[in-house]
Design a protein around this ligand. Structure first.
Ligand code: ADP
Ligand code: MG
Ligand code: MG
Length: 630
């Protein structure tokens, strides 16, 4: 996320009046970029990762952890080298860029400058990530540490914040978390409140509880303040929002307060970016399952392993009409998904694309589609944008309503950046030297920088193999959706199967088109390490090794990259656990665990300590990392 603009944010009642204004100028802004940059060629491969941290205070004496809401105290210091460099006060490129995130306890880091295309760049990623963790820790309040857990296990439980606050804030009106948990910049409380106002209710998040032998059945959560009457919304819990046998959460923070690992690539031109976007879309659910690291929510073990659905529900601003629960009266259409979800359409026009892959009935804004088509944008790209633009802008700053559409992309970004999807197609910012980019967004952050580097490097190499061999991963987009659902299941990596394409080489094309386009349910091991049969899918890792064989990479670098690839390979084969399985096991084996699904403060303390110890290399966990040395 870039640096944020300031101004007076509009209440939803006022903001909605300007929705069409923002959309219309947003599209003009896109068109201005498109006209200027559509033919731009030969941008370099540049790429970068984003790592998000949860900042936790560890009180060793009391053996107690709390979420530290003090990140804004340390951000200015972390950002100073960047500011000095940008202002020309220092010639030293910043080592890292630091950004706040949704949660006041969250921190995001990216490399100071994007990495380049060489293998040498790839082997520096891990050290860069380690350095960032060290930098963050070095400026924190005593006792505060950055951990790369996806979420704080007891977020939303009493007495878990430093400083503490009551859950009685106007923005989220949550029964569990106070507004003080939200980034104080006006954008974030406004986003939170406007999602609730637009929806007409609080967000409703229910994750299935993991039923252990002492978990009551049905499980009706005794920690929900069922009879609270502080806000009108409080009655929603007992009126059905809180489902039995589920962990109920009622605020955006439970989702947007989760940490992920994202990778952004610059493509050499717009067509390559569109191609990468499409090819990475079927990879996204696979990587969500492989990186799954989120088995605990609000102090309970869940029967899912990943964060995605929680975030999807946490920002679901659709009204009852849009969710198809009431006949359409005030809204324009029924919408199949939250703003945070898997993509609905492929966008590439290269010759491997076929219309039949776009088998979801795509919703899009007809007027915007027409405007784009009238201005020379092709059908698929016009539909993609007109699809993003079915959403309303949620945060509008009064002072920024009228902008020069040739100079600014704020209105475009207003809609674009609140469509949080598995992959994002990013146009160049106006008048910048940045090119067309694609962001890969599904991965969960891993406990160690070794793993985070491994998954980042893996994705980069996979894109190199895709482009170098012209790989074709297309399957119908509805199957990608099915894979997203599968990816959440507990232990999906070893227990479930995912749709994947068999023949990924164009050159193998035989006359029978059906055969060429065949896809089937495969195990994770088959997708990552290859199918054993003659005409089976060769597997991501073998494809990457073939790609590396086709380059003249030196032995030392090759060894280092192979270490990363081996980790991914072993995760996929089940030889090594996912973070989710590891954390779940940590809870289940904890002496304080009562086999009732409850993740107590003492268990949370040990989870955080262990997460930090593993990340620092103080303890070895062969079941998670094998004999790799983090
Ligand atoms: P977001 O849309 O997630 O807010 P940012 O604009 O903050 O994304 O960029 C995030 C990532 O993009 C970082 O990893 C950064 O290193 C990388 N990045 C920055 N510039 C480029 C570029 N020109 N090409 C590719 N990646 C870039
Ligand atoms: Mg982020
Ligand atoms: Mg990002």
């Amino acid at each position: 996320m870039g640096l944020l603009s300031l101004g007076t944010p509009l209440h939803w009642n006022d903001a909605q009046k300007y929705a069409d204004h923002i959309r219309s100028h947003g599209i003009d802004q896109f068109l201005s970029i498109y006209r200027a940059r559509k033919d731009q060629q030969k941008d370099n491969l540049l790429w970068g990762d984003e790592i998000e941290y949860v900042v936790v205070n560890v009180d060793k004496e009391k053996q107690k952890t709390k979420l530290s809401l003090r990140v804004f105290d340390i951000l200015p210091g972390l950002q100073q080298p960047e500011l000095d460099y940008n202002a020309g006060k220092s010639k030293q490129e910043p080592e890292a860029l630091w950004r706040p995130e949704y949660g006041r306890y969250m921190l995001e880091s990216t490399p100071g400058v994007p990495y380049g295309a060489t293998f040498k760049d790839l082997v520096q990623v891990e050290n860069n990530m380690k350095r960032r963790r060290q930098l963050a820790k070095s400026v924190m309040h005593p006792g505060d540490i950055p951990v790369t857990l996806v979420n704080y296990p007891r977020l939303g439980c009493p007495n878990e914040l430093l400083p503490d606050h009551e859950p009685n804030g106007q923005a989220c009106q949550s029964m569990f978390v106070p507004d003080e948990i939200i980034n104080p910049h006006a954008r974030f409380p406004t986003l939170t409140a406007n999602i609730r106002r637009r929806r007409g209710a609080k967000v409703e998040i229910n994750m299935p509880i993991y039923h252990d032998k002492n978990t009551p059945k049905p499980f009706v959560d005794p920690t929900i303040p069922w009879d609270r009457e502080l806000f009108d919304h409080d009655k929603e819990a007992k009126e059905g929002a809180a489902k039995p046998d589920h962990i109920y959460m009622d605020a955006m923070a439970f989702g947007m307060g989760c940490c992920c690992l994202q990778i952004t690539f610059q493509a050499c031109n717009i067509d390559e970016a569109r191609r990468l976007y499409d090819q990475l879309a079927p990879v996204a659910p696979i990587m969500l399952a492989l990186t799954a690291a989120t088995p605990i929510f609000r102090g309970y073990l869940a029967d899912v392993d990943s964060r995605w659905n929680v975030i999807a529900a946490s920002v679901d601003d659709r009204t009852k009409e849009e969710r198809g629960l009431e006949p359409l009266k005030n809204n324009r259409r029924v919408i199949n998904k939250s703003r945070y979800d898997s993509i609905d359409a492929y966008i590439s026009t290269d010759d491997t694309y076929k219309d039949k892959y776009n088998d979801l009935d795509l919703l899009y804004d007809e007027d915007i589609y027409k405007k784009l088509m009238d201005n020379g944008v092709d059908d698929l790209l016009a539909k993609h944008l007109a699809h993003l633009f079915i959403r309303d802008p949620l945060v509008i700053f009064e002072e920024l309503l009228n902008l020069d559409d040739e100079q600014s992309s704020d209105h475009f970004e207003n809609i674009q950046s609140t469509n949080w999807q598995t992959v994002r197609f990013k146009p160049p910012p106006p008048h910048s030297n940045i090119g067309w980019r694609v962001e890969f967004r599904s991965m969960e952050v891993q406990l160690t920088d070794f793993e985070n580097a491994a998954f980042s490097v893996f994705i980069v190499l996979l894109t190199r193999a895709i482009l170098s061999f012209g790989l074709n991963f297309y399957i119908p987009i509805t199957k990608v959706d099915e894979n997203m659902r599968t990816a959440h299941r507990r232990g999906a990596v070893t227990k479930d199967k995912f749709y994947f394409r068999k023949n990924v080489f164009e050159s193998n094309n035989n006359k029978n088109e059906e055969d060429n386009d065949a896809f089937e349910l495969m195990t994770m091991n088959e997708i990552v390490n290859g199918q054993n049969e003659e005409d089976g899918f060769p597997g991501f890792i073998p494809l990457i090794h073939s790609y590396l064989n086709s380059t003249n990479i030196d032995i030392e670098t090759r060894c280092k990259l192979t270490k990363y690839l081996d980790l991914i390979s072993k995760r996929a084969s089940g030889e090594l656990m996912t973070g989710a399985t590891y954390l779940r096991q940590l809870v289940k084996r904890h002496p304080d665990y009562q086999h009732d699904s409850v993740v107590s403060p003492s268990i949370t303390y040990d989870i955080v300590r262990t997460a930090d110890d593993i990340a620092q290399g103080h303890i070895r966990v062969p079941e998670l990392l094998g004999d790799f040395d983090p």
